[in-house]
Design a binder for this molecule. Sequence first.
Ligand code: XLF
Length: 325
Amino acid sequence: MANIRDIARESGLSIGTISRYINSTGYVSEESAKKIQMVINEMNYTPNQHARALFNSKSKIIGLVFPSLINPYFSELATIFEHLLQEKGYVIILCNTEDSREKELQALELLKGFRVEGIILGRSQCKNELNKINIPMISYESTVENNNIITVSADNYKGGAQAFEHLYKKGCRKLLHIKGPTSFEATQLRYEGFIDAANKKGIKPEIINFDTDFDLQNKNYIDGVLDNYDMKKYDGIFVFNDIVAAQMLRYLNEKQIKVPKDIKLLGFDNSYICDLLSPRLSTIEQPIISIAERCIELLFEIIDGKEVYEKEHLITTRIIQRETT
Ligand code: XLF
């Protein structure tokens, strides 16, 4: 594979001139530029991106640190980030933390080593350590107090209230909420929004706590929790995300409880699986494209050295009615 020395030898120019041309770091005459480009084409030379990053600290890499790649919402979000960043000439390094602090810290160290230009961090479990990471960063779904890190999130509290209003409008009064882990700000806020809106109407929903959204494919865990409750008591269920709502639908089918006739069921996310289920899942949409666009827009403002004054950015959710309500 040709390297910068080969280009210098073939073109009869100095390594310094070739380097200035390749890295756009200084003057190169038009004649030399043409000659260098011709040799580059002939020798099929591709610059070593890593070496280039070390030289001019523009790696053209953005790190994505996500809590899950199994959950369809996060795989969809990662795909959108990848497309949008590719349009800007960037590649991604995608790290999976499974909500583990250790894996998250390892991922951040690794990304530093690759000299990424910025990081988008999903559902961080390492709030205190983030101050020390000296790389432009956007936190998705986790606020970092006393810190300058910008947060982007769906408006989860309002989304929770919208979930209640929708089920209430559909005539549900005996409500159950499947609540996500308390350590996830997003699911905690969905719960609070749902309960506050219900209490205003004098309704006290029952709550079932799930301590993970990672064990999603684990039927034994899900059924083990749900078997302690009599689902026939309820007429409406709000589940903290779509993938767990899909498990809930499977569970109700197995118990021969009809959705939406006996119980209405509502998820949260609007991930692609909603349309694959039968009946098709009604849900609260986290507008995934707007979320990704806002994260990228803010990240590049920080990369470009601009001051972002607003620290917390909330993206409005909305109800998407399908067949389960
Ligand atoms: O962190 C929350 C919980 O699950 C996230 O936004 C999700 O809704 C994705 O499914």
